[in-house]
Write a protein that binds this ligand. Sequence first.
Ligand code: NAP
Length: 248
Amino acid sequence: MELNLAGKRAVVTGAGSGIGREIATRFSGVGAAVAVCDVVKDAADKVAADLSGKGGRAEAYAVDVSDFAAVQQLCERIAADLGGIDILVNNAGITRDNLLLRMTEAEFDRVIAVNLKGTFNFTKACFRGLMKNRWGRIINIASVIGQMGNAGQANYAAAKAGIIGLTKSTARELASRNVTVNAIAPGYIATAMTEKLDTAAREAYIAAIPLKRAGTPADVADVCLFLASDLASYVTGQVLRVDGGLLM
Ligand code: NAP
């Protein structure tokens, strides 16, 4: 068995930048046809064009993952375009940080809607097809924050902890159909999301990481590829931390 996705059709959300773009690129590099989904069409277009330019099969789609009806329609379109869906990576995510004392209802609701409900929406839209397929992978990008909490991120921690519960329940429901469902919990990864942190917060993170460096999108994409491949056939319902040892 190999790290080979030839013939597989993968959907990656939030694939226009950061970790999602790297996952789409890694999957395409080992033969998967990739549906590059992002809320910004331009970003998805650029990634899909890049992958196609390298000889891969990639299509760009614009969708807000929090829109249930739009996601159902989109997944039907992707399945028609690619001939089916074998792998779903729920990666789209946002932060709206604030201490709970100051956190608004809108900040809480939006983070739950994109991170948690968005993961539900795509899982629901792909569920029946994956069941019928009798082979499948769902990989949800959670966060160590969902396991350890973080001051100023109650909304994000709640959403990511929710994703872990969703992952385990879905894993139990799909196991008999040879579909595995796992979560990856990245730690501190250098992307646009973490660029927002001030220098002091960034240095504090690095100091707390035993491997003494920020992670890269490639660090996460490699683990995602492993979970998507046949090498991980007997792994389901797990949360794999990719965090340089931040949380042990
Ligand atoms: P990123 O570079 O901001 O990428 C997130 C992507 O999701 C962006 O392309 C973003 O588009 C897209 N997106 C945002 N809202 C969306 C929506 N409603 N519908 C569809 N797409 C949407 O951040 P990242 O660091 O790569 O994050 C990827 C995932 O990893 C997230 O789930 C994040 O929570 C998780 N994670 C990241 C870290 C880290 O340290 N970076 C750590 C743990 C977990 P726009 O750019 O247009 O907003």
